[in-house]
Design a protein around this ligand. Structure first.
Ligand SMILES: [Zn+2]
Length: 164
């Protein structure tokens, strides 16, 4: 008897989040501020649920993913654990410094992410972590495998995979 596995995948135009960002690279260089229309895709693997005969409800998976991407949409993404870019929030603003360059953003325009760099890889990992918790808390569901893909530009994406 062959073994079988099932996978469901959601990606839709409404899982797009448009954000400003810049990253440090090669340890000591820093991009100029720019933006992407990021697009998220999520895959869940597991056995078929008894009675329902699906891995997980598509509607619920889209809804829980969209809650997270909507939070990010139309914000400046800033990584708070970057070794060379400092991010200093006050109630009103966020001051960002890299060597002799300085940016000042309204606090409400920024999402501060507890990650090292706003690469597609680490944004995908952040979304995966949030989604993993959301599925557990709100849907009482832990996938065997969860994959989150973040596409920065057409044909240019990063994927993280989490296994239970
Ligand atoms: Zn970029």
């Amino acid at each position: 008897m062959p073994t079988e596995r099932f996978k469901v995948r959601v990606t839709k135009d409404h899982l797009v989040f448009c954000c400003g960002h810049f990253i440090s690279y090669r340890g000591h260089q820093c991009e100029r501020l720019h933006g992407h229309n990021y697009r998220c895709a999520v895959e869940v693997e597991g056995p078929l649920l008894p009675d329902d005969f699906y891995v997980f409800d598509f509607i619920a998976l889209k809804k829980r993913t969209k809650e997270i991407t909507d939070e990010l949409d139309h914000h400046m993404l800033l990584a708070t654990n970057n070794p060379v870019i400092s991010v200093a929030p006050t109630p009103q603003c966020v001051q960002v410094r890299y060597e002799d360059r300085e940016w000042l953003f309204p606090r409400g325009d920024c999402i501060l992410l507890p990650i090292e760099n706003t690469t597609a890889e680490l944004i995908a990992r952040y979304i995966a972590g949030r989604l993993w918790e959301s599925l557990k808390t709100n849907e009482n569901f832990t996938p065997e495998v969860l994959r989150v893909e973040v596409e920065e530009a057409p044909g240019q994406s990063a994927t993280v995979e989490w296994r239970a």
